[in-house]
Write a protein that binds this ligand. Structure first.
Ligand SMILES: Cc1cc2nc3c(=O)[nH]c(=O)nc-3n(C[C@H](O)[C@H](O)[C@H](O)COP(=O)(O)O)c2cc1C
Length: 406
């Protein structure tokens, strides 16, 4: 990426904590400066074990802040001055320990004290071993910090320095810079809370078998990415899929329709736009066997199915109804008729219908959609799912703004 001067006049205070990924912070500073930012660096004692303050001083062009009990440092740019100076505080990499300190309001080192003393938006890019990241303590800290408005970039999944694989890698420096750039040019959905469901649901028959469908989650994930690009704050409630989380998306994993329903209800009060893109199972086995069902040599097996909660219907008719409710319809025939019926019966604001059973939709890279709303219709011809998603987000944005301008 070529430097753009887009960050000209921006004061970015970069906190570095004691992760093996700290060496990437030097590149991050260089990239931020290429875009015109003024960057000051504060480092935890742990961070200085991985990268030297001299390196960070050289790339940032400013003395590094390390210790608030140091009289010379306090005289130069004290912790309160630093807290006021910052337009953004970015901590990259942010350790598990750093998340824990910030969650509990500790102020026992320079970084935690500056974060408490500053009103600047706080962005954390965590980096840690995947077990540390998935530990309930870290996950609870993560959720609490997000509820308080702290923004998270990553972490990403993949190979880790410790030799393991999983979620916990520092987001790529390029991606951090790109996300910061999108914050400068507020998109048409800037600050809007979106809740998206994606993927299939698994409805257990016994401990090893389940009823599922062919949804890959690709469309929902593409929508989440397109919504982040448009500036929205996106929570993605995902059934079991083999897809990476788009940058900047808050992903919540579920398995069954009931779990998806519960997760949606939990996020509903803060949701402005809801997009139900998941292929939620209509029915689940009425009884889930506790032990694996044995094959009988001479009898057929009959499964009794029970209705699952209708998530989109509940959302659209809830007391906490989001301002815009968007549904998906996957039909093999009479697309328009079924889609329009669903739009009215479920009181949706907009429905995106795709034809399934032929080349498109489930599992494929391309899609085509027919979009209907009261008094309007738009066809999106075949294109990669991310392109279709960006077009659909445009239509959703128009409908949302049209509704708000009434
Ligand atoms: C070689 C090594 C690598 C480490 N990498 C990480 C890491 O990636 N993420 C993390 O949360 N902690 C990591 N730690 C542990 C932290 O350095 C330790 O919890 C420290 O107290 C963090 O303090 P700080 O957040 O104030 O820097 C690592 C420790 C060592 C010895």
């Amino acid at each position: 990426m070529i430097g753009s001067n887009a960050f000209r006049g921006k004061h970015i205070l970069l906190g570095i904590t004691g992760s093996i990924a700290a060496y990437k912070a030097a590149d991050l500073v260089r990239r931020l400066k290429e875009h015109g930012a003024e960057v000051r660096v504060m480092m935890s004692h742990g961070a200085t074990q991985f990268i030297t303050p001299l390196t960070m001083q050289t790339v940032s062009g400013h003395p590094v802040s390390l210790n608030f009990f140091d009289a010379d440092e306090e005289a130069a740019m004290g912790h309160i001055k630093l807290a006021r100076w910052a337009d953004w505080i970015v901590i990259a990499p942010a350790t598990a320990d750093c998340l824990a300190k910030l969650t509990h309001g500790h102020a026992d080192d320079l970084i935690s004290t500056v974060c408490l003393a500053s009103e600047a938006p706080l962005i954390l890019a965590p980096a840690m071993n995947n077990k540390m990241w998935s530990h309930p303590a870290t996950q609870q800290n993560y959720q609490l910090l997000k509820q308080r408005g702290v923004e998270f970039f990553g972490p990403e999944s993949g190979d880790q320095a410790c030799g393991e694989q999983g979620e916990g890698r520092l987001m790529a420096v390029d991606a951090i810079v790109s996300l910061l750039l999108t914050k400068l040019q507020p998109g048409p959905l800037s600050g809007t809370q979106l809740l998206i469901t994606a993927g299939p649901t698994y409805e257990p028959i016994d401990p090893v078998r389940f009823i599922a469908n062919r949804s890959s989650g690709k469309m929902g994930y593409a929508l989440a990415q397109a919504a982040v690009e448009a500036g929205a704050n996106v929570t993605l409630i995902s059934g079991p899929v083999a897809l990476g989380t788009p940058d900047g998306v808050n992903r919540v994993d579920v398995e069954t329709a009931q779990q998806m329903y519960d997760a949606v209800m939990q996020y509903l009060t803060q949701t402005i736009i809801f997009i139900g893109c998941a292929a939620v199972a209509d029915y689940r086995p009425a009884h889930q066997a506790q032990a694996k069902l044995k094959k009988s040599t001479n009898n057929d097996l009959t499964l009794q199915l029970q209705l699952n909660p209708d998530i989109i219907n509940t959302v659209a008719n809830s007391d906490n109804r989001p301002e815009l409710v968007v549904g998906f319809a996957a039909e093999t025939d009479d697309l328009q008729q079924y889609a329009q019926q669903k739009l009215q019966q479920k009181r949706l604001d907009l429905i995106a219908a795709n034809r399934v059973g032929d080349r498109l939709a489930f599992g494929q890279e391309n899609n085509a959609l027919e979009i209907f709303w009261e008094g309007g219709h738009k066809s999106l011809t075949e294109a990669p799912k991310l392109e279709i998603a960006r077009e659909l987000i445009k239509v959703i944005t128009e409908r949302y703004h049209a509704k708000n301008s009434i």
